[in-house]
Design a protein around this ligand. Structure first.
Ligand code: NDP
Length: 321
């Protein structure tokens, strides 16, 4: 699946000679954090239509647990234990901030009146535009800025900041980027737009809604897989082979989603339209209601939100259940 399209990453100048900004085929793409979301984006960029040479990917994380496995999967990726390398030594053009929210909260805790730097020293003033895209739940763009830019002289930077949420299927070329800036506007950099659109659809969401989107997308996706599996379990119970059952369940989920998106008809109405009087579907729905599935899912979304909020507000990672 790895793209064979050649890129000109090796032909770009060294830090000394680089100026004016990179293009789609030369941009260095950095990640602070190497967990599930960074891996999903990296997989999309390298394996799907992203056509990015692994040599243009730079990742930092405090341990080598995740970076080692990335290096095995995608030989050529550069890694470091120091976040500052993403901006300094590796001199990236686009940087995704993908560390957990408690990490950012702890910077605010130890920093006193202003946060400590995520990069040990604040990031250098790079001689080319750098686009910094935060995926961190619970922190505004302004707060992320404060953890990276030198407060003595924040105005001297050429860095532009954005906040975004991704859907995990971005790894398979079928995801979304939800971003706090209109993707067609002048404020949205061409370089970022071109790289984003290679692997997924981009949609605007106001920053004030991004925490909720983060939970609906981050946890909602896992709940959808859970629901698809549950439907498949029912079919397996009736004797259908597992693989076939999962495919059927996934196709049902796909066509129902498409119906909602293309018709704009309310999901409740569509549910009623698909249930015949005294038919099997309504009998099944009674069981779902009795089992409080709807309020259970709603509660699960709320629990996910609360957990992320705890990480972001207190910085505490202990298991509270
Ligand atoms: N859909 C979306 O866009 C969503 C976004 N999020 C947000 O995305 C972010 C990443 O989530 P996810 O990938 O699931 O998290 P993971 O727990 O899978 O990975 C976290 C990564 O951050 C690294 N890390 C820990 N401390 C630091 C540090 N001080 N500096 C740099 N890296 C550090 C970890 O390092 P190591 O490899 O050494 O363990 C690990 O690689 C979170 O902020 C989360 O709130 C959450 C839900 C949905």
């Amino acid at each position: 699946m790895v793209s064979s399209r050649p890129t000109s990453s090796t032909s770009r100048g060294t830090k000394k000679t680089r100026r004016g900004g990179a293009d789609c085929d030369t941009a260095r793409i950095g990640f602070v954090g190497a967990g599930k979301l960074a891996t999903a984006i990296i997989t999309g960029l390298i394996s799907q239509r992203g056509q990015v040479d692994p040599k243009r990917i730079y990742v930092s994380a405090p341990t080598t647990i995740n970076t080692d496995s990335l290096k095995i999967t995608y030989p050529g990726i550069h890694t470091s234990k120091r976040n500052i390398d993403i901006f300094g030594r590796f001199d990236c053009d686009i940087v995704f901030i993908c560390c957990p929210p408690n990490v950012i909260r702890s910077l605010y805790k130890i920093g006193g009146s202003r946060p400590a730097a995520l990069t040990t020293n604040f990031i250098p003033n790079m001689r080319h535009p750098v686009y910094i895209i935060s995926l961190v739940f619970g922190f505004t763009v302004q707060q992320i800025k404060e953890c990276l830019l030198n407060p003595e002289n924040p105005g001297r930077y050429t860095a532009q900041f954005f906040r975004c949420v991704i859907s995990h299927p971005i790894a398979y070329g079928v995801g979304h980027w939800w971003i706090d800036t209109e993707p067609d506007s002048e404020r949205f950099p061409n370089l970022v737009r071109e790289i984003f659109t290679r692997i997924a659809l981009i949609e605007y969401v106001p920053e004030s809604l991004l925490d909720t989107v983060c939970i609906i997308v981050g946890s909602g996706i896992t709940f959808c897989y859970y629901f698809i599996n549950a439907i498949a379990d029912g079919a397996v119970k009736k004797g259908m082979p597992r693989k076939m059952a999962v495919k059927f369940a996934a196709k049902i989920a796909s066509s129902t989603s498409q119906t909602i998106l293309t018709t704009d008809i309310n999901a409740n109405q569509l549910k009623e339209d698909a249930s015949s009087p005294s038919g099997g579907a309504i009998y099944g729905q009674m069981i779902l209601d009795k089992s409080e599935v709807s309020s259970g899912i709603c509660g699960a979304i709320e629990a996910s939100y609360k957990r992320s909020q705890t990480l972001a507000l207190t910085g505490k990672t202990e298991n509270i259940e």
